[in-house]
Ligand binder design. Structure first.
Ligand SMILES: *Cc1c(COP(=O)(O)O)cnc(C)c1O
Length: 524
């Protein structure tokens, strides 16, 4: 049966999946959500025998109901191919080999109902890293952004779109390059990426500013990620600009996780990881797995929640934050309060105070009420905070917030490396630390979402392992050193930027983003 999409902020008009993908954001500023959750139709016991691509098809067909089988399979096969450096696409690595969640030290930072007595349960035997960084740009964003351009161009064809689609993207570092790689030189599209000029890692920045695609533009913003994201949302919501764009033959869409075309492909790897746990005998069909997700914009963990909604036996969802722990506080208190200092950390892709996708969860726990959701979002914009009701809080029982400080994150990287030789990136380390302190660790198999290759954050990683030794080395010397100590092959994504020329050097103020877009498109 067809699934339609509607805005989190207004009832009434419903759009098809392909229209939701094309638009990105609803006209009222809300996010598109499925009007109901479909149920996964494949028996769980079969999952262990399915390839990543087959799993992707079985998940996506449930949500993208106006795509034909042929279209969906073409999108999937185009996306999940040799661009990934492993045929399994998303390997599941056993954590006791890699050291995750092994018995805890003192000082848990995990909130809400944690049973600290069970912390020393030797969780290592039952925790797994789901490596989501084997795509072209070595962060988990590739899992969805390698398929989004296919979905977008297919959706454009289906809907008779003649305009050039201009992808506008705000990035905290990883979305930018993954979106550039996906949309580079795709006919009928162009892409403009805004990143916080001092808020990304040196490697992340170099990856973006060396992007050679002819239809790409990369702009540094004199502000933080929230400024970039708010600026992009404002451009989207500008009706007058949209009209001028249309006259000139352009229309906007989004590659951020506000686009449902990104969220749905992210459900796939949770389903796939369950299959892998079945295959290696860690669970039997129907038993629950927990997930720990290093979180920023709340897209990745929301996908795990959506996986649970369609029938995957997911137990508790651990939302792991860095020192920008607005979500940890929210799960603990029911108040979302963005009025706080924005901290630049070693996990920059999680340096976010306004987690956009939380709006989709709020909508769900507000009994799918767009008026109430809109009121909360208005409070967030106006007053900088909102508090959900007790009833809504009860609906959040499946979530637990945790966080790691900068010191804890660095220590996690160092300890796991010393014990096992496995090197975590700082984002995964935040989750690994939270996993280490979770309840029931030994009983319930736990999947830790590993969101980036350590090569993407070489400086922070090497500093965590041995600050004195590595602090004076330059970026690519550190890359070679990481290779030496870990034995992990240097990814192609890193080798290609070693000598690549900088081709994007535009920088603008937070108030100038729209002008930059207009100038680029020649419509100012
Ligand atoms: C984007 C990103 C995150 C945060 O994911 P969200 O979906 O924004 O919560 C975590 N780690 C890495 C490496 C990322 O690139």
């Amino acid at each position: 049966m067809e699934i339609m999409y509607q805005s989190t902020r207004r009832s009434g008009t419903k759009v098809t999946a392909s229209q939701a993908i094309l638009k990105g954001l609803a006209d009222d500023g809300g996010l598109f959500v499925p009007e109901r959750f479909p149920k996964f139709e494949v028996p769980l016991g079969k999952l262990g025998e399915m390839s990543y691509q087959e799993t992707a098809y079985e998940v996506m067909r449930l949500f993208f109901t106006d795509f034909t089988e042929e279209e969906l399979r073409a999108c999937i096969n185009g996306a999940y191919d040799k661009k990934f450096d492993t045929p399994v696409i998303a390997p599941l690595v056993r954590a006791d080999e890699a050291g995750a969640c092994a018995p805890s030290r003192t000082g848990s930072s995990v909130s809400a109902g944690m049973d600290s007595a069970s912390v020393n349960g030797g969780a290592g035997e039952n925790a797994w890293y789901l490596e989501l960084f084997h795509g072209k740009t070595i962060a988990f964003k590739d899992m969805a952004l390698s398929i989004l351009p296919y979905l977008m161009t297919t959706a454009a064809k289906k809907n008779g779109v003649k305009n050039e689609i201009v992808i506008l993207t705000a990035t905290s570092g990883d979305t930018g390059k993954a979106a550039l790689a996906g949309f580079a030189d795709v006919p009928g599209t162009s892409i403009i990426v805004f990143y916080p000029k001092d808020g990304v890692s040196p490697i992340q920045k170099k990856q973006m500013v060396t992007e050679p695609g002819k239809n790409t533009m990369v702009v540094g913003v004199d502000g933080n990620f929230d400024d970039c994201q708010t600026g992009v949302k404002n451009i989207f919501n500008n009706k007058e600009l949209a009209e001028r764009m249309d006259t000139a033959g352009y229309q906007f869409s989004s590659a951020n996780s506000i686009n449902i075309g990104r969220l749905v492909p992210q459900i796939v790897y949770y389903v796939y990881s369950y299959g892998q746990l079945l295959k290696n005998g860690a669970i039997t069909a129907g038993e629950q797995m927990d997930v720990v997700v290093p979180t920023g914009n709340f897209g990745n963990i929301l996908a795990a929640y959506y996986a649970k909604q369609i029938g995957l036996p997911v137990g508790t969802l651990y939302c792991a934050s860095n020192e920008n722990k607005v979500l940890f506080d929210f799960f603990g208190s029911g108040t979302y309060d963005r009025k706080r200092e924005f901290i630049l950390t070693s996990s920059p892709s999680m340096d976010i105070l306004i987690s956009s996708n939380l709006e989709r969860l709020i909508y769900k726990i507000a009994e799918n009420d767009p008026d109430r959701t809109a009121a909360f979002m208005k409070q967030l914009t106006g007053e900088g905070e909102y508090t959900i009701t007790d009833e809504m809080r009860r609906e959040l029982a499946g979530f637990v917030g945790g966080f790691a400080t900068e010191v804890e994150t660095a220590r996690e990287i160092a300890e796991v490396y010393e014990r096992t030789g496995y090197v975590l990136d700082p984002h995964t380390a935040v989750a690994s630390f939270v996993c280490r302190n979770k309840a029931n660790a030994a009983e319930i198999p736990t999947v830790v979402a590993s969101t980036a290759s350590p090569y993407k954050f070489t400086r922070s990683v090497m500093k965590a392992i041995d600050e004195g030794k590595y602090s004076d080395m330059e970026d690519f010397a550190l890359v070679d050193e990481l290779h030496r100590i870990s034995g992990v092959e240097i990814p192609e994504a890193i080798e290609t930027i070693r000598t690549a020329a900088v081709v994007h050097d535009t920088v603008c103020g937070t108030g100038e983003m729209q002008q930059v877009v207009e100038a680029k498109l020649g419509i100012s």
